[in-house]
Design a protein around this ligand. Structure first.
Ligand code: KIV
Ligand code: ZN
Length: 519
């Protein structure tokens, strides 16, 4: 196969190597195995599973991923040193389809670190690629910082690596310095200029320092690259790498102008994105393309109305294509009556015109005070228009805390009757929640407790979210106050009130948030 006549682009995922290099993104052994399995399942062609010489843990992870691999090529990284390459081979050789990836920094700045002359480095490349190829018939070579390497020297070393047996030549934009026009041109000129270039696959590996990684990778493909290196959620050093989900969906959605395709099952994208976010501890930003919480969410009334009539009005891909079960229409202050009616229908709530009017007025009032109105809020509004007041109400809270145990004294109105309780706890919030439980014993488990500061300064409003689970029923509570402990107490009581309403309704469960679960 030659690159020019084949429109198939292979996806090389390096979440477990370059992605894991993000400071703080370390994954456990079991988590790495799980992510590798998901990558293999979704049709990733090559999984860079780690850097075997870097640690005993990396070696074990690469070896086990190699052993368990089904379809994907399993690749390990190695510096341009013989012991690195041997160690890498020891780990990847268990794979059905192993690959050794060896690299060296070729730009003037990177050559200065090992203090090698151009000739000395050329010799090292020849020796190490030959060694790798003697061990494995699938060898990838990368001139690190290629985009800042002198053109003549880059051509020279690429030619040496090809002659020594490399089967894939990766051109890394290590510091995210290139731009799309240059990226396309660089690959095109290398293929035209370097003898033997037709017999290897050219790969692109872009970092996102200027926010151009995905555009640079796609441009490189236009220039002739047929392997894209990327990570899930764009995880990676500094600003990260090209995001797998972005390049894959861009090629799918704009196939009319980018006639290349991948073998990725895009319906697996959302699930793996969420797993990587969880295990790496790197949350996905809300407005991130494809996988962000808001990527398929429409808030303004005009957008929601358009979406309800024809989803294509504001969506260029279907949420189902990336593994979501549907579009989310979170309600906010810009939402109109049509969206509210649709949301109620989706939640299985039937209301008459008068009640809808009443709910809409209350909803607008709430949306003015609250950024996003969740399904649970809507259900609470429905309850408020059909049922009486909250059963539990906070009257007073007094907390003492410091270096010793905290103590909370709480007064609450419970079904119209005032009661009080005092409890000690491990910190002021724990003491407060315990005191509330003394007054309203329950077996609800606290699933989430989150505090966000909504303004700056020590007088910032704290918004607290609490999520409770009881016998499979979920209820959230939110509250804001300049006192974090008061906000916590109110949020907890808010969630308990919702549980009381749910219990009264026979425990019908509803989606916790409008952002749908993965199919
Ligand atoms: O960014 C880079 O240059 C790399 C190489 C090891 C390929 O990650
Ligand atoms: Zn990199």
């Amino acid at each position: 196969m030659t690159k020019q006549d084949d429109n198939r682009v292979v996806i090389f995922d390096t979440t477990l190597r370059d992605g894991e290099q993000s400071p703080g993104a370390t994954m456990t052994h079991a988590e790495k195995l799980e992510i590798a399995e998901l990558l293999d399942d979704m049709g990733v062609d090559i999984i860079e599973a780690g850097f075997p010489i870097a640690s005993e843990g990396d070696f074990r992870a690469v070896s086990e991923i190699a052993e368990r691999s089904r379809n994907a090529v399993i690749c390990g990284l190695a510096r341009a040193q013989l012991p690195d390459i041997d160690r890498c081979w020891e780990a990847v050789k268990h794979a059905r389809r192993p690959r050794i990836h060896t690299f060296i920094g070729t730009s003037p700045l990177h050559r200065a670190i090992p203090n090698l002359t151009q000739d000395e480095m050329a010799e090292r490349i020849e020796q190490t690629v030959t060694h790798a190829r003697n061990l494995c018939d699938n060898v990838q070579w990368s001139p690190m910082d290629a985009t800042r390497t002198e053109w003549d020297y880059l051509c020279r070393v690429v030619e040496i690596a090809i002659k020594a047996g490399a089967t894939t030549i990766n051109i890394p934009d290590t510091v995210g310095y290139t731009a799309p026009v240059e990226s396309a041109d660089l690959i095109r000129r290398l293929i035209e200029t370097v003898p033997g270039a037709d017999n290897v696959v050219f790969a692109t590996h872009c970092h996102n320092d200027l926010g151009m990684a995905t555009a640079n990778s796609l441009a490189a493909v236009a220039g002739g690259a047929r392997q894209i290196e990327c990570t899930i959620n764009g995880l990676g050093e500094r600003a990260g790498n090209t995001a797998l989900e972005e390049v894959v969906m861009a090629l799918k959605v704009r196939n009319d102008i980018m006639p290349w395709h991948t073998g990725i099952d895009t319906r697996k994208i959302m699930h793996i994105s969420r797993r990587v976010a969880t295990v790496s501890g790197f949350a996905v930003q809300f407005n991130k393309a494809i996988v962000g919480k808001n990527a398929f969410a429409h808030e303004s009334g005009i957008h929601q109305d358009g979406m309800l009539k024809n989803a294509e009005t504001f969506e260029i891909m279907r949420p189902e294509d990336v593994g979501l079960s549907g579009t989310s229409l979170p309600l906010g202050k810009h939402s109109g009556r049509a969206a509210l009616r649709a949301k109620l229908k989706e939640l299985g709530v039937e209301v008459g015109d008068n009640q809808l009017k009443d709910i809409f007025v209350r909803f607008k009032d709430l949306a003015d005070r609250k950024k996003e109105v969740f399904d649970d809020d809507i259900l609470a509004l429905v309850s408020a228009t059909t049922e009486g007041d909250d059963a539990l109400q906070l009257v007073n809270l007094h907390v003492t805390c410091g270096t010793g145990p905290a103590e909370a004294t709480i007064e609450m109105e419970i079904d119209g009757e005032e009661q009080s309780a005092t409890s000690e706890g491990d910190g002021p919030v724990d003491a407060t929640f315990k005191a509330i439980r003394m007054l309203h014993p329950n077996k609800a488990r606290l699933q989430l407790y989150q505090v966000h500061a909504v303004t700056e300064g020590t007088d910032a409003q704290a918004t607290v979210s609490v999520k409770l689970e009881e016998d499979g029923m979920i209820a959230t509570g939110q509250s804001a106050d300049t006192d974090t402990v008061v906000a916590s107490a109110k949020a907890y009581i808010h969630a308990l009130n919702r549980l009381i309403v749910r219990r009264g309704k026979g425990g019908r469960d509803v989606p916790e948030i409008s952002y749908r679960d993965v199919t």
